[in-house]
Design a protein around this ligand. Structure first.
Ligand code: CAA
Length: 380
């Protein structure tokens, strides 16, 4: 693995950084405080071909590698972690299920619309009683003639209410355990699909999170993804890629918090000098920068392994876990550097702290990542 980005990757990073600084960052604070879903910014992402970065050109995607996609998520999340997760979920667990497991017909029908940003993708696995223990989902899908009848509910669904299409995991045979779970493509206008009100969250205020309900929702038989019973494996393999994206989101948040702390420390004067002259502050900044570099390397390495089709489950979990813990630690310390001002909503560091917390929880808690890593280690 080369430790340098190639020209295409550098161009992607610089283009998105420039766009994020000019067009996203100025709105992030306002969108967060008002809980506004950034529809206009998503349209701009679509104009820049960023809604289908790693999607092949035959489906209207930008056909770039997975590391380029990860760099884009990092830069966007540095400006707005909410927009970062919207794009990460749309791409890695919203579009990839159909790209990787869909039939030719399903791909033709949905991927060009997802890759162009005409519709947003979402992923519905988690249920009120099946979070970390994802195999215990209870939503059922019963085949009746040409349709599956879905009943049950899903919780904490990112992009819900704004998505055009959901990848939904449901039980088709309750006697088969994980082998009885199947995946379905469910369109937003499906009769019997109901979206709950937006959840009130600690952070990520301008992303959408809702519960969704299936009340005798009829999904065409042709919308089964892969084969019956393949759903859990589909979900797990998607999450491997998804976790790399969340790692990149966490790196973006950590960088934003570190930059803010560094700039503030260089301006704030106490005891007749800037606080950056104190070793207590310098050590915090040094730790932040070191952990961010380490997190980046883990995330980029996992992205590279995925790109070259090498096993990357362990590396994805390591990257997500370390980057999320780094984002949280850096954000906590950034608030400390800002002192009382850091605790106020007027400054962005309290938002970074609230947003960072989600990265330790979703796409598998950091405790689940440790289980994945330990299982892989013990298997080797
Ligand atoms: N790729 C492919 N298949 C996999 C796999 C992978 N990475 N991991 C496991 N599987 C397969 C296994 O091979 C096994 O199949 P076989 O029996 O044929 O071998 C099957 O799946 C079951 O695997 P496990 O025995 O490991 O299953 P488990 O019940 O012990 O669960 C778990 C494993 C890792 C704990 C899993 O439940 C898990 O990842 N939980 C966390 C759930 C999660 O990440 N949710 C995220 C929701 S999406 C989200 O958060 C999006 C957002 O909004 C940001």
């Amino acid at each position: 693995m080369k430790l340098q980005l190639n020209e295409e990757q550098r161009m992607m990073r610089d283009m998105v950084r420039n766009f994020a600084e000019k067009e996203i960052a100025p709105w992030s604070q306002e969108h967060d405080h008002e809980g506004q879903f950034p529809t206009q910014l998503i349209s701009k992402l679509a104009e820049l071909d960023l809604m289908g970065i790693p999607i092949p050109s035959e489906y209207g995607g930008a056909a770039m590698d997975f590391l380029s996609y990860v760099l884009a998520i990092e830069e966007i999340s540095r400006a707005s972690a909410s927009l970062g997760v919207i794009l990460a979920v749309h791409t890695s667990v919203g579009t990839f299920p159909i790209l990787n497991f869909g039939s030719a017909e399903q791909k033709q029908k949905y991927i060009p619309r997802l890759a162009s940003g005409e519709i947003i993708g979402a992923f519905a696995l988690t249920e009120p009683n099946a979070g970390s223990d994802a195999a215990k989902i209870k939503t059922t899908a019963k085949l009746e003639g040409d349709h599956y009848r879905l009943n049950g509910s899903k919780i904490f669904i990112t992009n819900a209410g704004h998505a055009g299409v959901y990848t939904v995991l449901a039980v088709t045979d309750k006697n088969m355990g994980v082998k009885g779970i199947s995946a379905f493509i469910v369109e937003k206008d499906t009769v019997g699909l109901k979206i709950g009100p937006p959840e009130k969250k600690l952070g990520l205020h301008s992303s959408s999170t809702c519960q969704i309900f299936f009340e005798d929702a009829l999904v065409p038989k042709g919308n089964l993804l892969g084969k019956e019973g393949q759903g859990f494996q589909i979900a797990m393999s998607l999450l491997d890629g998804g976790r790399i994206g969340i790692g990149a989101q966490a790196v973006g948040i950590a960088r934003a918090a570190c930059d803010a702390a560094k700039n503030y420390a260089g301006e704030r004067e106490q005891f007749g000098q800037t606080i950056s002259d104190f070793q207590a502050i310098q050590f915090m900044l040094a730790d932040m920068a070191t952990n961010i570099e380490a997190a980046k390397m883990l995330v980029y390495q996992a992205a590279y392994l995925k790109e070259i089709n090498m096993p990357h489950s362990k590396q994805a979990s390591m990257a997500k876990m370390f980057a999320a813990d780094t984002a949280m630690k850096v954000a906590v310390d950034a608030v400390q550097v800002f002192g009382g001002y850091g605790y106020m909503q007027e400054y962005p560091v309290e938002r970074f702290l609230r947003d960072a917390k989600a990265t330790q929880i979703y796409e598998g808690t950091n405790q689940i990542q440790r289980i994945v890593i330990a299982r892989q280690l013990l298997k080797q």
